[in-house]
Each structure stands twice: as C-alpha cells, then as structure tokens.
Ligand binder design. Structure first.
Ligand code: GLU
Length: 302
C-alpha cells in the first residue's frame, strides 16, 4: 500500500435488498480506509442481475449509506447500462485468442466429481476447450482460458493468499449464454476504468481476486490493493445473511442510531477497546488496518 498518494476506493453494492450487517461492515471499513487517508470514494450499483435488482433498492441503499455517514464523492453508471463498454473488453479477449464457447450444461458443471473451491465454485475441467462439433441449436457461454500461473494476493486483512488459476479455478465464464456479462468481467472493467486503487469487500470474495487480477493483466489495468474483511457471525457461529431480517438496516434503523451501530461493529472488530457510540468520521481518526481482526468476528446481540 502506498501511504503517500490518496487512495481511490469504491462501494459496489448489489441493489437486491436491504443492506445487512455484513454489507454495512464492509462498507464501513472501505470508507474508513480511504477517508483516513483523504482518498476518493466511488459508488457503483452492481445490477447485472436485472431480475433481482431494482432502482428502488438502489435508492434505499444510498439513503442507508447517508444514514451511516458513509459519504461518496462520485457515482458511476450502474452495470446494467454498461454492456457496450463490456463488449469492447470482451472483443479484446477474443482478439487475444483467449475466448472459447462452452456448451456444458449446469448438471455437467456441477458434477459431484468435479473438484470444488472452498467458496463452493467448481474447477472447470476445460471440457469445451477443444470442442470440434458444437451441439446444434444451443447458445454457448463464453470462457476465458487461464494460464498456469500462480496469483498472489497480499491482502490488507487476510495476509498472503495464493491461487493457481489453472488448478484452483480453471477457465472461467465471462459472458453467459443469454448474452449477459458476468461479475468477474464487469467488476474488473469498472474498477479499472474508475482508477480504483483499493478494493475492500467481504471475505467471501477473496477467491475472486486472482481472476480479477488476471483480467486486469489482460486489459492493462494495474492491480489494486485488496482488503477482504472478515465475515460477521452470530454468537452460535452462524454466518449472518440477508435471511436475518432482524439484522438488516430496515430493522436496525428503528432500534438504534448510526453511532450506536458503528460503535458496536467497531468494538467487535477490535477497532476500539470499549464500546461507545461513535460516528464514522470520528472513527476514521483511529483507523488502522493492523487493528482489524482478520478472522471471523462474532457479534453479540444487537
Ligand atoms: N456487488 C458485490 C456485493 O454486493 C460486491 C462486489 C465487489 O465488491 O467486488 O456483494
């Protein structure tokens, strides 16, 4: 991390529901990291999945971020409006000779014999790489070939993370059979074009960082710093998720102030020693990545 130049960070929420505590926590840490160094924050709605996302949720998200005091400096166009831009990068991969059509069905892909990564994604065996006769009347998804290359992430929170793209991931889909671009391509293009230097998000996306670094290499974008913040767990060890309605902001905002919520998260994460209500702004004066716990954070009742 270059401590001398002001970082450019981003919030990249998916407007498919109310923010839950995990989203709040990742947004808070991303904001603190950037704002404690006078950086710039970009907001981008990740609404590639037009079935599940809506502008209504996007509005609520902006309002929730305001309520939390997590300001941003610029909002870039949502992903649903950027397919023409993604087309250009898709063409670039085609020109490099790295794309091929994949006709594998869902059940072939989820074959129980296929090795799976810890986050549940499978390692693609390369079945369609050398396909000579494509099945008739079926639209293909498009995969990018990966090299035998080890990517190393020096994560601000998780330390060193290593992934060999060919054995731990395999060739991955960049465009689905219905023509939609996938998250890995869109996020790489959006972060790259916005000049993002620091990506802070939940730990569940650590395994995606090497794929994004590979695409950054192909597109000519520098690698940003990564900080994958720990998951928040209920006292019984359960991962908090969108299903925990009582812990989404719609509920929490009726029960406590933003300062109380941020104070609880900051105490659980080890950023302050004793609980006190605190604003994001005040907390930014105490923020250091070294104080943040890297492993799962247990949240007692809120
Ligand atoms: N849109 C993703 C989410 O809401 C975050 C993706 C990212 O930060 O790269 O979980």
């Amino acid at each position: 991390m270059d401590m001398n130049t002001a970082p450019i960070g981003r919030f990249a929420p998916t407007p498919s529901g109310r923010m839950h505590l995990g989203n709040v926590f990742a947004a808070l840490i991303g904001w603190l990291s950037v704002k404690s160094r006078n950086g710039h924050l970009v907001l981008r709605m990740e609404d590639l999945d037009t079935q599940r996302t809506s502008e209504g949720y996007a509005q609520i998200l902006r309002d929730d971020l305001h309520w939390l005091g997590l300001t941003w400096d610029q909002e870039t166009p949502p992903q649903s409006q950027r397919s023409a831009t993604y087309d250009r990068y898709f063409e670039k991969l085609a020109d490099l000779g790295l794309l091929y059509p994949c006709y594998c069905t869902r059940s072939q892909l989820h074959n129980v014999n296929a090795p799976h990564l810890s986050d549940g994604t499978y390692v693609y065996a390369g079945t369609c790489r050398n396909l000579t006769t494509p099945p008739p009347d079926r639209k293909p998804a498009w995969r990018v070939m990966v090299p035998q290359k080890v990517y190393q992430v020096e994560d601000l929170c998780q330390g060193t993370f290593i992934q060999d793209l060919s054995t731990d991931c395999g060739d991955f889909v960049v465009r689905r059979a219905d023509g939609c671009y996938v998250y890995q391509l869109a996020v790489t293009v959006d972060d790259g074009e916005a000049g993002v230097t620091e990506v802070v998000r939940g730990m569940d996306l650590l395994g995606s960082a090497p794929r994004q670094m590979y695409l950054q290499d192909l597109f000519g974008f520098p690698h940003p710093d990564y900080g994958h913040v720990p998951m928040l767990l209920a006292p019984d060890g359960r991962r908090l998720s969108k299903r925990d309605k009582d812990l989404d902001l719609g509920q929490l905002r009726t029960r406590m102030t933003a300062e109380e919520l941020i104070g609880r998260l900051a105490t659980a994460a080890g950023l302050i020693d004793h609980y006190e209500p605190i604003s994001a702004q005040e907390l930014s004066h105490h923020f250091r990545w070294e104080s943040l716990k890297g492993e799962a954070i247990y949240l007692n009742s809120l």
